[in-house]
Design a protein around this ligand. Structure first.
Ligand SMILES: Cc1cc2nc3c(=O)[nH]c(=O)nc-3n(C[C@H](O)[C@H](O)[C@H](O)COP(=O)(O)O)c2cc1C
Length: 217
């Protein structure tokens, strides 16, 4: 059972999203000792920023009328889509940046959607595929907090992955990753520890489910 893993953190050292995703992957690996993993590090090896516009324009044209840039962008979209279609389980690790969707993840989604298999009107080729989204946030956006409603990323990601692409999605969220980094948050040390432990436990559970053929309903 092959795995596709995408990381959108712009850093490698100290990345909380990678740490949680590593737990998911390790549990998946335990059930799939020899299976291949395809990786996309979109945060540290971003896709070309001009690819999406070229792919959108090129998609309106017959193949023989596309510019080389448009053809290349659509070939890249096809490669990204192949990576998803070919994998039997999917893992996404995406931090919250500036209250919105991490730009490299958004660029990746936008480009994937230019592929005819993934666009509007197509039968979703990923329907029912088991997937885990790990998302981390430096702050805390839970009900009753001053910034309740300011996380404009998680809902969008769930909408695309679960509703548009129809993945069988589980989500692991870890908040307060900036506790211990930002002294203004020192008062929340105990809560941050609890949230981390919960996220780690959920990551292990979801990783085990990923390693079976289908995530349980
Ligand atoms: C440029 C930048 C913007 C950020 N914006 C937010 C934000 O809007 N809300 C938030 O809760 N955390 C924000 N953070 C904190 C990150 O979500 C947090 O550090 C997270 O752990 C980053 O993921 P990583 O540890 O996998 O690198 C931001 C961090 C950076 C570097």
């Amino acid at each position: 059972m092959s795995l596709f893993r995408l990381d959108a953190s712009i850093r490698v050292e100290g990345s909380a999203s990678r740490e949680i995703a590593d737990i998911v992957e390790a549990e998946w690996r335990a059930g799939n000792p020899a299976a291949p993993v395809t990786r996309r590090h979109v945060g540290t090896e971003p896709l070309p920023a001009t690819a999406w516009g070229a792919a959108v324009a090129g998609a309106y044209l017959p193949a023989d009328q596309r510019t080389p840039e448009q053809a290349e962008a659509l070939a890249l979209a096809a490669t990204l889509t192949d990576e998803l279609v070919d994998a039997e389980a999917l893992l996404f690790a995406v931090p919250l940046y500036n209250f919105g969707v991490a730009q490299h993840f958004k660029s990746w989604v936008d480009l994937v959607i230019t592929d005819p298999r993934m666009g509007p009107g197509s039968e979703p080729p990923l329907a029912g595929k088991p997937a885990v989204l790990v998302t981390v946030r430096g702050g805390n956006y839970s009900a009753g907090t001053p910034r309740e409603g300011w996380d404009h990323a998680t809902g969008w990601m769930q909408r695309v992955l679960a509703d548009v692409w129809q993945l069988d999605l589980r989500v692991v969220e870890r908040e307060f990753t900036l506790v211990g980094v930002n002294p203004a948050l020192d008062a929340f040390a105990d809560l941050a520890d609890q949230l981390k432990a919960t996220a780690e436990r959920e990551a292990a559970e979801h990783g085990r489910l990923l390693s079976s053929s289908r995530v349980a309903a």
